[in-house]
Design a protein around this ligand. Structure first.
Ligand code: FES
Ligand code: MG
Length: 592
């Protein structure tokens, strides 16, 4: 057949591989893909070319098994008539990337946008898992609006130590206190903490990884039940196969992220986040995904939709169980099922499965009410994030699902002053300063102190550091004071149960009022009014403001400098601001 007689391309990839008007370029595009064995018939068959965005590598151990899962994805794609092309995503390893993995979320996002825009792909399977891999992939899917489906890698098997369930991350915050007080030694510390990670997979706690993969499912971006299947289970490979099959049909149906990522879908994700006791990293990540999808989502939406939702899921760090227990109880569909019973789900939201989320919720059930509670019998009432403001900052969040009875009794139960307290601030300039001085007797840290850390926001510690959950000094730990209230412009690990006031914006590094705090200042926290105020008079505040001089540690790499010049605050998702102006960049490409 003469190329000129061929039909007008209907899939985006055909503009590369089968464009009769540009035979010269078509030859160039086609020939090199043949040198690993693809044939011209395949490339010019008009079948969808499906990318597999591979986040797993030796450097990203939490996602490494995606390399094996990709074979099942490819089988699914082939069986549905598509042609798979796997490619690497910039690695993001939460547990080892220095100075912080948060730097890589936006870098991987940028790289993935360029790949999805610049190569002959009709759809993409996003292989997600470790904390920031999920938002990075979803942000890129939102910006490009290429048909996309999430394949989670799944949590590790549950960790056990001496007969007890222990969760990754969460055990570390506990074990470091034991190490500090001499209850265990270095060997014991290493044995205890590494026992929490018994298999392939991402964190088995309801940390950022499991939370964000659950929210990807709640948003409608993965097949039902995808998030919770433990990485080594056979169902994980089966889910990979079904995901590969499904993306081909999505391409033919032109089912794009813009049809799924609606405001109502984000509201569903916020509701689910509260019910899960999800990571405190979820608000910035979800806001970032929404902004790249062109949806207005703010911390006010988290307060409005999520704060009053009870904690239904009994997983660490807010509860007792881990990923396997959550999965066997029914995972995200079971949570949706419980929320639907009380009318808390926007039912009509479309999902990648082609079903509405309400149908998925209806068809599922809760298999273990001990792990997933119903609305009438929650683990905690009003367990979402409180969004706070004050006289020295615009916004911060507090994760109420991890505020335990002990903390409530010590700090929030003063008669006539319920949910309010005053404390003496101990101020640290970044994590290095905290580690150097936390045991300094001159600070006289006592059981009525609040630990403050600054210089840990998106600009100050580029990326923003997970450091606000600060352990008390050793002398207090020895007295049984295992946590003090903490506050800061950084984040904290999703695996932490620390009662902290986090993500304070604007951060100190850009002149936020947190920069003006001094050790021994008194802070008043009022959770009823959702306020934190610095108890100094206006004149003193003005004096300090006038004396403040910006200072920033130097960037260590070119990317850190570029990142700092463009990044916004955690309250608005920590996005690269210029990138939020680009919406649906391949949308028109796909039109016939
Ligand atoms: Fe990768 Fe927790 S460190 S998922
Ligand atoms: Mg983390």
């Amino acid at each position: 057949m003469n190329m000129k007689d061929k039909p007008v391309p209907t899939l985006r990839s055909q503009r590369w591989f089968d464009d009769p008007d540009h035979a010269d370029m078509t030859a160039l595009y086609v020939e090199r893909y043949m040198n690993y064995g693809l044939t011209r018939e395949e490339l010019q068959s008009g079948r969808p070319i499906i990318g597999i965005a591979q986040t797993g590598s030796d450097l990203t151990p939490c996602n490494r098994h995606h390399q094996a899962l990709a074979e099942r994805v490819k089988a699914g794609i082939r069986d549905a008539g598509g042609i798979p092309m796997e490619f690497p995503v910039h690695p993001i390893a939460e547990q080892s990337r220095r100075p912080t993995a948060a730097l890589d979320r936006n870098l991987a996002y940028l790289g993935l946008v360029e790949i999805l825009h610049g190569y002959p792909l009709d759809g993409v399977v996003l292989t997600t898992g470790c904390d920031k891999t999920t938002p990075a992939c979803l942000m890129a899917a939102a910006t490009t609006d290429l048909p996309a489906i999430v394949l989670s890698g799944g949590p590790m098997l549950d960790g056990h130590y001496k007969g007890e369930l222990i969760g990754s991350g969460t055990v570390i915050w506990h074990a470091r206190n034991l190490l500090a007080t001499g209850e265990i030694d270095y060997e014991g510390f290493m044995e205890l903490t590494t026992a929490s990670s018994p298999s392939i997979g991402h964190c088995n706690t309801m940390g950022t990884a499991l939370s964000m993969n659950a929210l990807a499912e709640a948003l409608g971006m993965s097949l039902p039940g995808c998030a919770s299947i433990p990485a080594p289970y056979r169902e994980r490979g089966q889910m990979a196969y079904r995901t590969g099959k499904r993306i081909c049909q999505m391409v033919l149906d032109d089912l794009r992220p813009s049809k799924i990522l609606t405001k109502a879908a984000f509201e569903n994700a916020i509701t689910v986040a509260s019910a899960l006791g999800a990571s405190s990293n979820c608000p910035p990540h979800l806001i970032a995904i929404a902004r790249h999808a062109g949806i207005e989502l703010s911390l006010d939406d988290w307060q409005r939709v999520g704060e009053a939702v009870p904690l239904l899921v009994d997983c660490m760090p807010a509860g007792r169980y881990l990923g396997e227990g959550f999965h066997r109880a029914g995972g995200v569909p079971a949570v949706l099922h419980e929320l639907q019973k009380v009318g808390r789900i926007n039912e009509s939201c479309l999902t990648v499965s082609g079903q509405a989320i309400g149908e998925i919720a209806r068809e599922s059930g809760n298999h273990n009410p001990d792990v997933i509670h119903d609305w009438e019998n929650p683990l905690k009432h009003r367990a979402g994030f409180i969004v706070l403001s004050g006289n020295f900052f615009d916004s911060a969040i507090m994760k109420m699902s991890v505020v335990g009875d002990e903390f409530r009794k010590t700090w929030l139960s003063e008669p006539g002053e319920e949910n309010c307290f005053e404390a003496r601030a101990i101020v640290f300039d970044g994590p290095e300063d905290y580690h150097a001085r936390i045991n300094d007797p001159e600070l006289a840290i006592d059981a009525r102190s609040i630990l403050v850390i600054r210089g840990a926001g998106t600009v100050g510690y580029p990326g923003s550091a997970e450091v606000v959950n600060m352990a008390p000094p050793t002398n207090l730990l020895k007295q049984g004071v295992t946590s003090l209230p903490c506050l800061g412009d950084g984040r904290q690990s999703g695996t932490s149960a620390s009662p902290s006031i986090l993500n304070m914006s604007p951060e100190a590094a850009v002149g936020g009022g947190l920069a003006l705090l001094e050790t021994n200042d008194r802070l008043r926290v009022d959770l009823n009014q959702r306020r934190v105020d610095l108890l100094i008079d206006d004149a003193e505040m003005e004096r300090r403001r006038a004396a403040w001089k910006p200072s920033l540690p130097p960037s260590q790499t070119p990317w850190q400098e570029i990142y700092r010049s463009m990044v916004g605050q955690l309250s608005t998702g920590g996005c690269l601001e210029p990138a939020t102006l680009y919406l649906r960049v391949v949308n028109d490409d796909n039109l016939p």
